[in-house]
Design a protein. Sequence first.
Length: 673
Amino acid sequence: MADSEIERLRDAIDCAWEEALKFGLDPFPTHFELVPATIMYEFASYGLPGRFSHWTHGKAYYRQKMQYDFGLSKIYEMVVNTNPSYAFLMDMNNLLQNTFVAAHVFGHTDFFKNNAYFQSTSRRMIDKVSIHAERVAKYEFDHGKAEVERFLDAALSIQEHIDYNLLLHGDESPKKEEQKSTRPTTEYDDLWGLDRKAKEAEEERDRRPGRPPKFPEKPEKDILLFLMRYAPHLQPWQRDIIEIVRTEMLYFIPQAQTKVMNEGWACLTGESLVLTERGLLRYDTLHELLAQGEGVTVGSGNGARDSITDRHVRRNASTIRLRTRRGLVLEGADEHKLNTGPDQWVALKDIKVGQSIPLSVGDNLWPEQLVPIASPVSIVAPTVVDVAQAAGVGVHTVYRSMSGKTTFAADRIASAIQNTGYQFGNKGKPLYGQRLPLVTPTHVTASFAEFLGYLIGDGNIHVSKNAIGYTTGDRELADRYAQLVLELFAIEAVPTWDDRTLNGKGGRWRVVFYSANVLDLLQSLGIDLRAKARQKRIPSVILRSPKAVVSAFLRAYSDCDGCASTKEGVILSTFSEDIAQTLQVLLLNYGILTRRYGPNVRIKSMSARVFADEIKFGLARKRENLDQYLSRYQWFLKDDPTNEVVSIAHGVADVYDITDRFQDVRGYRATLG
């Protein structure tokens, strides 16, 4: 940053301080320093400036610095929990970035000052770690660097085995004078108490005949403290190093415990699904709603909901993508915590292949209101200008190429015409002045959802002909589809038998009707009119609908792309990866566990019974087959709500944070990645 910008940054920081106080914050006085990237990443790898030297800090430095050099990550600020607080800003950031980062820092320092977890931490930790570093350096001089490093390796390997609650609730350990007697200061001091210890041990054995004395009497969570007090062969310098490691870890532990409250969730990618009172929403859609000021509550397990209070997006974050044996996928930031059991949280980067993770099954949280249908958005037909821009040529060149007068950029122009869907003349283009008004429902009802289920399952759309068709081998389904078209749009569609077939099964029933207005309506609901089988998706309006509406969609879709086997239960088939994964997540809300086998989503045992009770098939023959499957068994084992991780992949993506009103991490269902 230039000197003139530094002066402006000082003024901006003063303004941010005043605004923070107006918001009711009470932060520590904060001292800011502009540092280069090398210093920033050195401080970040050591945790604190001036800390003792160890090879693990150097390893962390080179890893983080390399990620920065390759553009994979970037540290915007580092804040030290002291009084006054110290904040380090990157001198490579521009004025606007550092202004916002500085304002962000005051939130951290207010949190350090007022959060209960930080009340027992040392506010002079920078001075302490400098003293610790001097002591470690002295031990390296006295006992040799290799010996001290070897012992530090051992101490740091168990540094997280401490009990932070001792600072909050006091030490319930033995009296101080008794502790002193168990901590020898010379190599002979422990001999003076041998008689007393032997006598006490003998009395203990007398009280419990046949049982050896138990040591320690109670389980010890703080292993470092236990070693400091009771390890018989440690030298004084070794006890001191354990105390140094423990003291510094006690300083860092509250930051790990409150990471969610201090930063919010750094969680999942934009296409992941989250269960809300508005149904299943993609994370990027959820952020759009929050940006518009709308209130949203999220499912937090056991049928509970919590309000979202904040949001944030991290661009190009390192991600971990998990796939379970059932085929469920979860992708999120590598630091995102996954609930693996009661009060047990594991970062995605620490999940291993073969590890079981719990699934959120049977929440049964559904929206209560029908999704309204807004006025259709008119289809905008591609023009020759779109073709010219896509091909990187002029409009005149496109016309000359189509008329065969030039071969210049012919391949690019042909590719642009195909990609944009451009057609010469008025063929296939909406002529709004010649249209009749469309009769359409005002909300996504069960009937409309059923129509969409047939359309996504076995429907087909020809935009150039304004045709919406449906093909099936069952006359019952063809009649039902035609009936829905008449009820919903007041358009008469007649099923016709088509002898032509490519699969050798003797023809199909076809139902086709023509309406540019209906195409406009479908497009306004987010349905891709040109999507092929592998690109199809379950419409978002279905994911945001009440249970009865979702069930109607799934029933129609299952009649098209599902089968009921008397031996295998329910099998749903799709070539779309997106539909398969969305189906799995959607069915979890019912309490239905599924398993993926290639293009098939299978539902068996108890989950098949839930499917029969909650969704059902519409076709009588499929209902009968499912009833036969269920009647073959007197009872089913309860489905295991956990699933084994079978693959882990690394990637980079935008990740989306949300914070709920309890500022707490919630258990995650396996969702779309």
